[in-house]
Design a protein around this ligand. Sequence first.
Ligand code: BG6
Length: 513
Amino acid sequence: MSEKEKLPEGLFNESGNEKTPNPCILVIFGASGDLTGKKLIPALYNLMDDGLLPANFVCVGFARREKTHEEFRAEMTEHIKKYSRTKTEAKELEAFTEKLFYFASNFDDDNGYKNLAPFLEDLDKKYGTMGNRVYYLSVQPTYFSPITEKLQQNGLIYDDHDDSRFSRVIIEKPFGRDLNSALDLQSEMTKNLAENQIYRIDHYLGKETVQNLLVFRFSNAIFEGLWNNRYVDNIQITVGESIGIESRGDFYESAGLVRDIIQNHLMQVLSLVTMEPPSSLSADSIREEKVKLVSAIRHYKENEIDQFAIRGQYKEGFVDGEAVKAYRQEEKVNPESNVETFAAMRLSIDNWRWAGVPIYIRAGKRLPKRTTEICVMFKRPPGILFNKDEFNAPNCFIFRIQPNEGISIACNSKVPGTANIIQPVTMDFQYDNFFGKSVPEAYERLIHDCIMGDNTLFAHVDESIYSWKFITPIIERWQEKTFQEEDFYNAGSWGPIASEMLLRNEGRKWKMV
Ligand code: BG6
């Protein structure tokens, strides 16, 4: 059986239960980075706690600095205590950290890889991991190709058709920095790996509420019938963060918000909300529909970019009652930087279902609160029985991706009494109230799926390429322009005024989130 044929049927097996994971070694490149300590290792710990790690499993941290296994274990123990979703118990912690090992080498040192091969084989013998490998590249994108090349040269990547064992590579975003660099990266990566061995992680796809979009849309007959341009007036997606760029000044200066959030996270969410029903729950069917959707986003004509794509950068201000500095005053940021920390756009999807429905998206740092919400706004009924002004609020479905994960439906109701007063009310479903357990972290689900060989929740290269095709002309246009006074926004506000005007010019406004 080839790797492709081994892929399980998407999110669930036939009985709907979770499946048993395969024995394997997970090697994390960049094991001393923030992501490893804050997200990856705590996610592995929680997976073990939930019985979702294979019994035969070890994790090897690969990084430059010399360190013993014990030192690595002690550091990771502290991180787990701090960042684990579940409460930590000494006994479980010990059982987990016994599965952690450390390997010191530079990413570009041939000798490192030569020694890594026998090191992993020894672990296979001791822990029954059967030669299976998952390599997690939590490194600068410039290392993606060199690392995979060295893994390949040293026999650490197997042929995709090898039935007896598997090797998979998880790469973090960004996948390229524009269309051409993404195409180049893909051609470099595929010299050493088959497409289905590459797992492009987008942690938004690991979020429960994002996954629920498909279940909600396609398992409920009452909603899907309304999900089209006959009933929907507009769709709004907001990815707001109250934090600034934290200590990532150099990353932000080279990336900016569109590359950081919109090209990947927001596009993933958008495609799940608007895609056509897949023919099955298999990874290929779902990803095929997502690709079709992203490819149907209308590209702006040159003169439309300024009209429909708004950028902003935060000035000083107050967030949660605390004074915060301007982006240009952040560490490692050019004091005259023209990098965006906010963007809002009006998109059109050129397909039968969504023709004529504007899609408004916005994302930003230093906004009033952390919130990721999708709001599907419905058209108003004809103002025959009730005057339109009497019920100002159109119906909407709100998917709260975070925080307070859940779904709300806003509709209108009569206020009790003799007067005919109409008031909007909401029906609410909240994950933690209903299911009574905390929602797993995105990285838990994604690492688990990669070990299982299920790439449904990972981005296919075509999604990334089509997304870059739409985004690249916008970032190129912005590179030509310097920021004007009106492009700045106070930290703690919802972005520059032009973002409000984007909707107001069309008689709409952003839904309060
Ligand atoms: C990351 C971005 O991918 O996602 C960060 O690089 C951002 O800038 C983060 O803060 C947001 O993730 P979440 O899960 O907190 O919404």
